[in-house]
Structure formats: C-alpha cells, structure tokens
Design a protein around this ligand. Sequence first.
Ligand code: ASP
Ligand code: MG
Length: 465
Amino acid sequence: MRLVMKFGGALMEDADQIANSAKLVAEKALKDNEVVVTVSAMSNVTDDLVSMAESARIGDMEKVRDVLSALEKRHLDAARKLCDEKTLKEVTARVQKLIETLSQCLTGVFLLRELTPRSKDLILSFGERLSAPLMWGALLSRGVKSIALTGGEVGIITDSTYGNAKPLLNITEVMVKDRLLPILKAGVVPVVTGFIGQDENGVITTLGRGGSDYTATILASSLDVDEVWIWKDVDGIMTADPKLVENAKTISTLSYAEVMEMAYFGAKVLHPLTVTPVQERRIPIRIRSAYNPSNLGTLIKEKGDNKVIVKAVTAIKDLSIITTGGAGMIGIPSVVSRVFSTLAQNNVNVVMISQSSSQANISMLIRNNDLERALKALKVEFRNGDLIKDITTIPKVAVVAIVGEGMRGMKGIAAKLFTAVANAGVNVLMISQGSSEFNISFVIQEEDVKKVVTSIHESFGLDKT
Ligand code: ASP
Ligand code: MG
C-alpha cells in the first residue's frame, strides 16, 4: 500500500507527541508499505514566527531574541529526547543552522523596517523546516530509513501569490514523481515539510495557514497513492464543534463536496482546498486519531452517506455585516461590481453575500479584522453619494451553516432549520443558500451561537448518529 500520512502541529508539539507520531509511521513503513510523511511546524510555532516578523518590523529586537531562543531550545530539547547519539548530532546541527539563518532573516527585516509578503513567507517556512528534521531523527532512531526534504525540494511548485500560493499541479506532479518515487522504491520514508513550496524562480512560498493538509493531498495526487491519512488529536470530523455541543459525534463518511463546504464554513477541520488535488483521482482521505488508532475516524471519498441528510452544523465567529444601500443601485450592475472590486483591491475577503430582490441593498459578511479597511475603501469609492447613500454595519456576528449532500432536492429542510433557530429564541440577520443545495447558511449575533448550534444539532438528530 502507498500512503501519505500527515501530522499537524498538535501531534508535533513535543518529543512525546513526535515519538507517538513516528511510531504510527513505523508501524506501516516497517511492513513493506510505501509511506510519505508530511509534517506541520510544532504547535504555535507558525504564530511565533508571525509575531517575530512583526516585532522585527517595528524594531523590537529584544522580543525577537527572546522568542527565537525559546524556539531553539524547544527544538533542541525535543531532539535530545527523540534521537540516538549519531542522529542527534546531525539533527542538532541542522536545527542550529536553521535558527541562525532565521535570525539573519529577522535582522534583515529589522534593518529595513519592512516585511514584504515574500519575506514573510520565507520566515514562516522555518516552522516546518525545523520540525521535519525532528520527525526524521525520530524515525531513524526507530530503525526506519528516512530523509527530510522541503516542499520545494520534492518539487511542489506554486505560483507567486505569497501567503496563499496555489500549486501548479502539472509541473508539480512530474517533479514529485521524479524526486520521490526512487526514494520510495528504495524503502526510504521521505519526511516532507508541510505548508511550503517554491515558485518557478525557486523562491519559497506558503500555501496559506493550515496548508500542511494541502501539502498531503498534493503529494498524494502526484504519487497516486492508495489513501491519505490525516492524523489528528480528535477522532475525526465531528457533527459540531465539541466545545459548543457536548454530545457532538464523529461523522463516519463524508463526500469531497461536503468537506469543502465544511472547511469553508468554519469547521476548522482541514485547509479549504485540501480535497481539490485528490478529487479527480478519487483518492480517499481518512481523518483519524493518533491517540486512538483503532478507531477508523472519518472517511472522505467521492460519495458520502446520503441516508444522513444533514451531516454537520458549523459556525464561524469574528465576522461583521456591511450593507450598502441606496436607490441609485437599482438596476445598475456596474455598482455591484464596483463594490466587490473595491473590496478585492483592499484585500477584503467576502465570506457571504446577500442581495434583496429590490436590488436596493447588498449585505456582505466579512471578517472583523477587515471591517475598518472595508468601510474606508467603500466610503472613498462612493464618496459622491449618488449611487450608494448609506453604508451600515453590524459588528460581532457569526455565520452558522448546516452541511449535507442529502439536502439536495429535499423539501422541508429550511423550515426545520429555522424552526430550530426560532425555538432557540434567536433572530436571523441574513440568509444564503448556494445552488449546490449542500449548505444553508445564516447569520446571527455572535452571543447566540451556542444556543443555536445546540438546538439545530438536536433537531436534526445529530446527537444520535
Ligand atoms: N504551520 C502552518 C500553520 O500553522 C501550517 C499547518 O499547520 O498546516 O498554519
Ligand atoms: Mg491544521
């Protein structure tokens, strides 16, 4: 069997976690399976790198040095516990070299007082570049032949959209095959840094936060593997966030389409583009628990289980509604396009849209962090006031969504959904259903999320699946 296994930050947190992860790899690799491993940075390291980059930019090198030395210590401590004597030397040398280079990059940012998207990607890449050697050392010390490589080294080639690069799948496939097949044939386990690739000029790029999942499926499709196993610290994808709903259950099967909807709608399960590379080749993905490996977790494949109509209820917080209105908008399509291009030019991501059929206003859901920027940009763009008169906002809202392919063509789902919302005594601010009918989303005040999600979860019987 040929497999890609991915380990997220929580499963790379420290020596104990990495040892457990390496054990899961060894169990398969030592039994004649071909295993490709991809790893995230140790937990919170990417956030630490973001904050160091920011500190360097504003000139606070003292803070940079503190965080950097803690980072070095954390990696060296883990290496000491994981590696045998011979391996330890090599891993230590690699970690120290990387820390030194990182330190130079941060000094560069400090001197220039400038942090470009390109240099930020370079700095963020160090998380995975530092964690991969730890997994490599842990595997070697367990008698598994292994090699640590970066995404760029194995041939993950992307465009140059720093911070959110897209893989160029055709070239990537050729390169990855070329580099990894001989390694696999030799019985060696490649440990590939998640999250990063390089563009056609050899510059390091990142695939967006949470991008290691995406790395796993890019590798999987390039190598046409049998399955992708995404190991987690939970049993699989849940019917709701267990922090909101106590009796949330693990979902046994989901389709690619359902997972896409969930990833976009706040169930922080996977990077939103994770399934895209494997969809065409129908490579199944399994989400399973590293602490409970006998549990099969959630299987993601072409077709889910359509006997279950609604599979999950998800929620995203930290959002705001922005509404543009005015009679000047009616029947003038270019106004709508100007609204969206203004937002796009200012890097404001629109999460959800709704327009009344009178066309007199459009409401858009955006992240709280983008609110100020969005407002300012729209006010400048429509300063004449003839087309758009009012721009109003509702801060601190959340979007709740129900997801399930079985909803398509079913009557009464929306009625049942909004009855559950009404029963929770909650007011709906905005509604949207995509024509795929896999998802119905609506917006409420943030403070009502727990009540609403619990009421819906119960009313669709998700607590009993
Ligand atoms: N380390 C990266 C992040 O924290 C990528 C990942 O964990 O998937 O976003
Ligand atoms: Mg993740």
